[in-house]
Ligand binder design. Sequence first.
Ligand code: ADP
Length: 503
Amino acid sequence: MNIFQKNSDIFNLLAEGVSEGIIVVNRDQVIVTSNSSAEEMFGYEKGELLGKPLDTLIPQRYHKHHDQHVDHFISKSEKRQMGHGRDLHGIRKNKEEFPVEAGLNPFELDGSVFVMALIIDITERKKREQELSHWARIFNESLNEIYTFDATSFIFKDVNKAAQHNLGYSLDELQKMTPLDIKPHLNQSEFVKIIEPLLNDNTGKIKFETTHLRKDGSTYPVEVHLQLSNTGQNQSFVAMILDITERKNYTENLERTVQKRTLQLTEALEKEKELNELKTRFLSLVSHEFKTPLSSILTSITLLGKYKLTEQQEKRDKHVTTIRKKVKYLDTILNDFLSVERLESGKVNYNIEEFPLSKLVNEVVYDANMLLKAGQKIHYPENIDDVFIKFDEKTLELVLSNLIHNAIKYSPEDSTIDVLVKDNLSTIDLQVIDKGIGIPKEDQKYIFDRYFRAENALLTQGTGIGLNIAKQHLENLGATLNFTSTQDKGSIFTVGIPKEHKT
Ligand code: ADP
């Protein structure tokens, strides 16, 4: 029976009250007593450790080292904490190792030296430490920027590597700053307003977008996720930052594309509306403009049927001419409308070919003769046989007949219309000159607008389309259409056709 057993009451009294494991060994490192915390910790029955060497409780790999250590320690006879700077382990009866912290206290009793070891099982603490360092690593290695800052002073407490790197500040520098120093677009009161909801309800999280300012003065758009953390002594905020430069670019591009498409759609819609309007106008014009010629054709035909005698041929001729004129007129209007439709929908095909000007002038003038009022005459050049033009023949025919028809329409009986051809340096000019009603000065600037008709022309039939399409076609082909006019004196319309045709 050793001395401890003898005094077991005292020892037990002292030892059983503490949660640390207590083991006492003699100079030979044999266990002479232990408390129940130690027995439980190492998985032994009460009293089972007595007489066992201390090594029983120490993993094999530490044995040698440990022996020396304890020897040295006993000879020096000083109280000390074991395992500074390295991990100590114990081994349970079931061979399971576990981390411990141990303090050794040598003492003398009845002339013998003993060592009392105070042992704490630090399995749980180690686990927590590991967990912490695990999270610390994640915090530091996160590619998103993570900050913590004090809830009252706003001073940064910790800032992870990604944030330090992106901002260009060191941790030291940042720990003297607040989030406001890197948020150029927010002032103190605005910032407080944003984070206020978190202080009232600290379970929540808020998200907002702003801009961050780097040390080098550059900025980048960010999305901030903010929450309150109560883990430290002081309340602090934890902020996760997403750099949303890419997202912003994407969104901005998207917005630009949407804007562009909307514009295109609006334009298409506008065009569609114009075409629709045109069709509506066409229908109303057709019903209006076609009615008069059609009814006069009808009258002429009715009358024609009444002239049955041979000697009434002259009267028949007169009506046939009227019918021809009216049909011709209807044909012109129809052509104009078709031309507008084709110009509008972009379906015009031009056919550039060389042709003699005389042929075209003759044809147009021949057709126009039918429309002449009583006593009207068209003078046109006879000596243009050698003038050749490289142009779209159909277009020029349309333009010239439009101009000559206008000249006839807008000038009185017995007047003369002149068609001139001028061979210039770079153009061949065609002029149609009349001595008619002319165009009022204030109306002249609108004369090429579609559907526009001058004040003094309203009593004459017309659609306001002819000049508009003539000019468009000519300009499409690099040619020009201009005029000079004096009210009640007459007008001169000039078509300029380039000699070098550019396609
Ligand atoms: P429309 O003759 O069918 O009205 P145009 O487009 O050919 O349409 O002409 C537009 C307008 O220009 C006419 O309504 C008229 O007011 C004016 N105009 C055109 N040619 C002449 C002309 N030779 N003399 C006087 N006015 C003219």
